[in-house]
Design a protein around this ligand. Structure first.
Ligand code: FES
Length: 528
């Protein structure tokens, strides 16, 4: 098996008899042009890579799912392997890009490809997993060489892969991919202390996975990105800040060595590794990999990269403003119906969340003025102006034009767009509240219903409802739509209006798809 690094979490796998698999090909900047691949991978021959036999996309994070690169360079008749996620967002986006040969792999099931190589995808589907879903892919070549590309997915343990035999190449994330603690309004020393803890936890978590799997060779991938916009330049790990959460590949390989693991390999864009069951031959595209990552060399490299990207950054910035949008009115229309369906998340948030929208970036050193304030009131499911009595649990401050762009593009997931851009500041009262961040990634009927249903199922007594003379489970067996809202019964047939699935209530049978039985009984029956 040959593995070629193609940048960040992207790799090109060549099997002996089943052709090639291109994974997560990210090239173009993501999250409001905050993140760029590091090192730059735009010089690779993406047209040639796009002739792959298989494409694997692990999830919808934009540093894995690069719609521009997929549209421009990847052949549309390639077979797309993708995880069995509960919502249809990824499949919809792939179809919109023109991919027709889609293969959703059943969760944790080994599948044989033409030519004999085997693959398995593990899908993570909790509300906290990425943009409502993350995944890993396992590949076994015909000569028995096995690879696990875990990228940034975080299963509780790796036994589903370990039981399939010794893994030779383990690729996993080790660096930060979050906005914490940098965006929080904290004293500088507290921010450094929290950042340091976070940096250590990340390295430690990755080491635990490595200890669990005991692969022959380990490749730190899927990070860090680099930040080329002046507003975010300070986030690059080139200032000797021990609270920086974005350590690079060489830092992690050195950390592994300190812990007694000498099997770490830096995978640069263009690194080629021929992997056998008992040997590996690595060819790096540069002579001295550790020298590339010294602080001084990295700083010079990033400065040159920043220079090359000025036009890209200016074009991106110019696309954000849509001043004609009435932000409050648009948010009322979009978000209030979602809040009404978000019982458990609203309860968990339990109060108002304030967004302060500012003018565009001012001159360096000045704070941009707040031009508009909007409150998401989770006690009344309303979006409104602030009132003097409001005591917000969370306060987010961001540029109005970023909010305009979220509205303009109909973004359903602000967490994996606005928040991951780190182009905001946050302040909170009390503990971190998972529900706040989960809510802002569920801004569609499908998403909010899936997450509400997921939380409901964590409770010991799943809830029943009464509808048109029937007692039935509240959540649709398909993707957990709330049937008090989406259920419609006619002649003993329930139709869930979210995707149109039908169920025969007398037998409980799903009439649209195999499995998916529904729990139901007539009102009179259930009282007896
Ligand atoms: S949630 Fe899809 S049909 Fe009900």
């Amino acid at each position: 098996m040959r593995i070629t690094g193609t940048g960040h979490a992207s790799i090109f796998i060549e099997t002996q008899t089943s052709g090639s698999i291109l994974c997560d090909p990210w090239v173009n900047p993501a999250y409001f042009a905050s993140w760029f691949p590091f090192p730059d991978n735009s010089q690779l021959d993406w047209e040639a890579l796009g002739q792959c036999d298989y494409l694997y996309v692990s999830h919808l994070h934009r540093d894995h799912f690069d719609a521009v690169n997929l549209a421009r360079n990847i052949r549309k008749d390639t077979v797309v392997l993708f995880p069995d996620f509960p919502t249809s967002s990824m499949e919809d986006e792939l179809r919109d890009l023109g991919f027709a040969n889609l293969r959703r792999l059943p969760n944790e099931e080994v599948v044989e490809l033409d030519g004999g190589a085997k693959v398995m995808i593990q899908a993570m589907t909790a509300p906290t997993d990425g943009p409502l879903g993350d995944s890993s892919i396992w590949v076994e070549d015909v000569d028995g060489v096995r690879l696990l590309n875990q990228n940034d997915s975080r299963p509780h343990e790796l036994s589903a892969f370990a039981k399939l035999g010794h893994v030779h190449a383990h690729l996993l994330q080790f660096s930060g991919a979050i906005w914490y603690p940098m965006v929080y309004d904290l004293p500088a020393n507290a921010k450094t202390a929290f950042g340091k803890q976070k940096r250590e936890r990340q390295l430690d978590r990755s080491l635990r996975y490595i200890e669990d799997l005991k692969a022959s060779w380990v490749f730190p991938i899927a990070g860090p990105p680099c930040f080329l916009d002046d507003d975010l330049w300070h986030l690059n790990d080139i200032f000797g800040d021990e609270g920086n959460i974005f350590p690079d590949q060489q830092v992690f390989v050195d950390f592994m060595a300190e812990q007694g693991y000498d099997n770490g390999i830096v995978l640069l864009p263009g690194t080629e590794c021929d992997v056998a069951t008992d040997d590996i031959v690595v060819e790096q595209p540069i002579d001295d990999v550790p020298a590339f990552f010294t602080t001084e060399n990295k700083r010079r490299y990033l400065e040159a990269f920043r220079e090359r990207q000025q036009v890209v950054l200016a074009t991106e910035r110019a696309s954000w403003s849509h001043p004609e949008i009435d932000v409050l009115d648009a948010l009322k229309k979009k978000v209030e119906p979602i809040m009404e369906q978000a019982d458990q998340m609203s309860h968990g948030i339990g109060g108002p969340v304030l967004f302060e929208l500012t003018a565009d970036s001012p001159e360096a050193g000045e704070d941009p003025p707040v031009v508009e304030e909007i409150v998401f009131d989770f006690t009344t499911s309303t979006v409104r102006r602030p009132e003097p009595s409001d005591k917000p649990r969370y306060r987010f401050r961001t540029q109005r034009r970023l909010m305009e762009h979220l509205i303009h593009t109909g973004e359903e997931d602000w967490v994996n767009s606005l928040f991951l851009s780190a182009r905001f500041q946050a302040k909170r009262v009390g503990q971190y509240n998972e529900f706040v961040y989960t809510f802002f990634k569920t801004l569609s009927d499908e998403r909010v219903n899936y997450v509400e249903g997921w939380y409901a199922e964590q409770q010991p007594d799943a809830e029943d409802i009464e509808l048109d003379g029937w007692v039935l489970q509240r959540r649709c067996p398909h993707l957990k739509a709330d049937l008090t809202r989406f259920g419609h019964i006619e002649d003993g047939i329930l139709q869930c209006m979210l995707h149109g699935w039908k169920f025969d209530l007398e037998t409980g049978k799903c009439l649209t798809s195999a499995g998916h039985e529904i729990r139901a009984s007539k009102v009179a029956d259930s009282t007896t």
